[in-house]
Design a binder for this molecule. Sequence first.
Ligand SMILES: *Cc1c(COP(=O)(O)O)cnc(C)c1O
Length: 505
Amino acid sequence: MIRKVTTHINQNEGTIFERSRPGREGYKLAALDVEAADLAAIIDSKYLRDDDLAGLPEVSEVDVVRHFTRISTWNYAVDLGMYPLGSCTMKYNPKLNEKVSRFDGFASAHPYTPDEISQGNLKLMKVLEEALSEITGLAAVSLQPAAGAQGEMTGLMVIRKCLETRGNARKIVLVPDSATGTNPASAAICGYQVKTIKSGANGGVDIENLRQIVNEDVAALMLTNPSTLGMFEENIEEVCRILHDAGGFVYMDGANMNALVGVTRPGDLGVDVIHLNLHKTFSTPHGGGGPGAGPIAVTSELEQFLPFPRILEVSDGKGGKLFRVEYNCPQSVGRVRAFFGNFSVLVRALCYIVSLGPDGLREATETAVLNANYIAHHLQSDYEVGFHGKPLHEVIFSDKRQQKFGVHTIDIAKRLIDYGFHPMTVYFPLIVPGAMMIEPTESEGREELDLFIDAMRSIAREAEETPDLVKSAPHNTRIGRLDEAAAARKPILRWKPASAAAGQS
Ligand SMILES: *Cc1c(COP(=O)(O)O)cnc(C)c1O
């Protein structure tokens, strides 16, 4: 039955501004026992604020602490439970990475510190580059891009630059219809026309179709592998051959590398450029939109075009080695990010890689695939499979069976919140109508997976027996179903005092 379980005092926690009471203060100090000095007399007036502080909330320390602690408990986090957002790879982020990234030498390093006294940090980046190079099977890595989407853009800039030096940048980038929106967006930003290619019956690239489309105008194909359907592109070597024979490149969107690490190397399959989402595959918390890191790995042919600065390992002239930051890279596409990218994310990624080791990384991949298949197996009795075939690290269902009762994907996702889970990715990929894309990652143990499966089965039963209960979910949250379209189109991002708001509509 529907029951509001959240009747706690923080049910209706307002904004910190609504908590404000005239004259309430955070701190009171004892009376001065020295003579008061006039601030303006000891500090140059240009350093004094003259803006009006009226409007800032007047609150006590306990008001502040309770307000923020309460609203922090409204959040869902991977530390609370399973976060099965497909494609996003919301794996658990080991606390070890967090601890190491906060070491003083990492956390307080300044990007302008001279090379001679940054040897440790430069080495960390070089070792990470080498590790990613080994994992992807590609010759060289740039750690600079701040996220996957920026990695895509950088990778296409590199391809464009290479083609330009050959005399023709070409016009078209091919993107499969199952791709994430960032793929066509990146191609367009780099000045290419995007041509969509239809997925074949097995969800992969239709080879015959590809053969017909690829010509001298095609600069590259962007391929997500495994695809956003969770399927491995079995024809990848043939795909690469077709592109290469026509003088084009294969860009692999590596957001799903957590299904391949330690098992297969894209470079060995013929891929020319790949981005990795360190915040996905190599564990950095990324629920709130960052920071992340989207390094790219490229073939030796493309290395000279990578963003600068590069980190070089050179001789110190005394028989030893040292690391040097090289800014003179004449063929480089330029900088894409200030300094060295999001350094603390790089620290976490290397910590993750080194603490798992080669066998551990492979085991994480195998476990991620096993977990997705466990869910695929146990939910197919209740939900329509979105795509037939053997999934790797994520699995897609659709709402086809529940639609009969007027229940749709969005309702199932919202009802899942009542069961204590973050919803899965919904309505993506676009080629599966009513898609529910579930990615458990390797983090989940059997018990947690079973809880999730139970919840999903229970919702399937409810959809049949009490569809209204599902269609009006969530019921156990502080706020019920939101108007998401209005929230996206007319977001209210600035708090206004009640008096000011009253005067405006
Ligand atoms: C997440 C994702 C991206 C974009 O990566 P960001 O790091 O979010 O910019 C690109 N492609 C796929 C398939 C993804 O899942």
